[in-house]
Design a protein around this ligand. Structure first.
Ligand code: UT7
Length: 327
């Protein structure tokens, strides 16, 4: 029994910061940022915007594309690390916004790999036969967790939300839908990327902080782990589905760094026209990056029925994973 993605949607904040804008805040340059990351701009929340607004808008767009009404959903899973409350979960707050009751709603914390972890949960729910129709959202506002005086991290992140509606409709009768998901973690590597939960501030809030405030990243070490983990886990997920990298019509990777994406494609012997990239427009939006990229690819006509998609991500934890989908 498979689950099909029958609708996608996304949303980003209205404020867009270009590399030129960041040149005015920290000692950096457009050329450095583009050559080391591929990023040209990122959207960030300000004090009057909330992660819930982004999640809600992305969900409504995904529902609209799916043709389903919110009341037909049987579960809500949100991948995020930037909710406003320790509890309730952002999924429960989204459930209330959508006017739904008496269905399960909960968050998954796997940082930038969160959407793939969410796919793993959705896959298991649907395979068990307990649920037929789920809303899966990936949303993060990591711009609120960076130290805006630390050039090594503040140029990297943006905010946003992406959503998919998963349904078993028509999926039992053919082999289209979610084929396999493999997720893995390495807690031993947690210090490569971390942030304390009380370090929050939007870009338009004043405040000077000690050096260790906000997201801490050992970039070069993380880069190497990300390339190895993403290529290995994608091979494992393809193997599990009885496929090889040559079968992939479109890889939709987590958008952290164009050089990581290129290196993973190279290791998998995939051409860059098999890979969707939008890191230039949004930066690293954490759990939102895969569903935002997927939504763009779908709306741009880059995904056709029966295409094989590889959705892969790697992030804090460390966590990583890949989902293989026959569209
Ligand atoms: O989403 C989770 C997954 N995320 C990742 O996997 C991220 C993985 N890591 C990376 O993407 C890259 O390591 C970064 C983009 C974070 C950094 O790129 P890098 O090529 O590894 O640079 P680096 O950290 O080795 O820094 C090189 C130089 C340093 O100067 P020195 O020591 O050589 O004089 C930095 O101080 O670049 C300097 N630098 C900057 N210069 C201008 C660091 N940040 C900046 C900046 N502007 N924003």
């Amino acid at each position: 029994m498979g689950a099909r993605i029958i609708g996608t949607g996304s949303s980003v904040p209205k404020t867009c910061l270009t590399n030129a804008d960041l040149e005015k805040r920290v000692d950096t340059s457009h050329d450095w940022i583009v050559s080391r990351t591929g990023i040209h701009q990122r959207h960030v929340v300000t004090q009057d915007e909330d992660i819930l607004d982004l999640m809600h808008e992305a969900s409504l767009r995904a529902l609209d594309a799916s043709g389903l009404r919110a009341e037909q959903l049987q579960a809500i899973v949100v991948a995020t690390v930037s909710g406003n409350y320790a509890f309730p979960s952002t999924a429960c707050l989204l459930q209330a916004r959508l006017g739904l009751d008496n269905i399960p709603a909960f968050d998954v914390n796997a940082a930038c790999a969160g959407f793939v972890y969410g796919m793993s949960v959705a896959h298991s729910y649907i395979k068990s036969g307990d649920y037929d129709r789920l809303l899966l959202v990936g949303a993060d506002t990591l711009s609120t967790m960076v130290n805006w005086e630390d050039r090594s991290t503040c140029v990297l992140f943006g905010d946003g939300a992406g959503a998919v509606v998963l349904d078993t409709q028509n999926a039992r009768s053919d082999d289209r839908g979610l084929l396999s998901t493999v997720v893995e973690s390495s807690g031993a590597l947690w210090q490569l990327l971390h942030v304390r939960s009380d370090h929050r501030q939007t870009v338009d809030q004043e405040g000077s902080h000690p050096k260790e405030w906000g997201i801490q990243m050992k970039g070069p070490e993380l880069f190497k782990v990300a390339v190895r983990a993403l290529s290995e886990v994608t091979r494992k997920a393809l193997d599990k589905a009885g496929l090889s990298p040559a079968d992939v019509s479109l890889m939709v990777p987590h958008q952290a760094n164009l050089r990581i994406i290129r290196a993973v494609a190279e290791r998998l012997h995939m051409a860059m026209d098999q890979v969707y990239c939008n890191v230039q427009d949004y930066g690293n939006t954490s759990a939102a990056s895969i569903p935002i990229a997927l939504d763009e690819a779908v709306r741009a006509g880059r995904v056709r029925p029966n295409d094989i998609l590889a959705l892969c991500g790697c992030g804090g934890g460390l966590t990583w994973g890949t989902s293989i989908v026959r569209w």
